[in-house]
Design a protein around this ligand. Sequence first.
Ligand SMILES: [Zn+2]
Length: 271
Amino acid sequence: MTTTTTTTTTTTTTKPKRIDYTDNQHSILYAETGGCCPLCRAPILFRKPGVKKITKSYEIAHIFPLHPTPAQTKALTGRTPPIDINALENVIALCPTCHTRFDKNFQLDEMDQIRKLKDGFLADTKAKETAAQYVIQEEVFGILDKIAAMGSDAAGIPPAQFEISTVEKKLRTGMSPLQQSEIKLYATSYYIRIRDHIRLLEQSDQVSIRILQSQVTTYYLEMHRQHPHNKDAVFSYVAEWISSRTGKSLLAARVLTSFFVQNCEVFDAGA
Ligand SMILES: [Zn+2]
């Protein structure tokens, strides 16, 4: 017991060491970038013309510096280092040029920008993992096909049938103006026809449609829990889930998600 305590004390007082990341950790860090340096967009694994071998052109960079220089220490005043400086959450794959520039010409703004990019990568990975866990009713395949075949006829919708202010109220907070515009446009263009199609489906199997609605609601709530202050992200992740579970067009899934925003009480959550 005494030996263990002594070891722990020694470890915490020494400088953290750079660690060697395993092949699997490299795979995670490479995959989250989508294959490009997150700063300059240069490919980070590529094949030179006429050469069989793959060239690796990335390095694993610490976001919060591993061993801050005196200048970095000064710049980082008031910032708390992560508990585990070598954790995957504090490192990111960068091309050697951007890595060197970031380290040598350290700017707090750039560190914050890289932190934001990394947080986006982590959120995307988590959303993909969550999407794999949530199934969706088979009826949605047909609905998406129907939407994909619809032409837009916003002008043809009788105003009395559609209350756009409902959408506006729901989207009041936490959503960008551009995202609001997309949802309003889709809702006004497609709402009536999607609603009629779903009513038709309900006549043959009401339970299935109710299950579908509750599945979308559940997924929406899960995304809302992961991103309580970012309705743009919640909207996109719901649409991506519908698209990835069905293999159908992401555009049709965004139209259907807009329909649910207009139609479901749950999208008021957090308003
Ligand atoms: Zn780069």
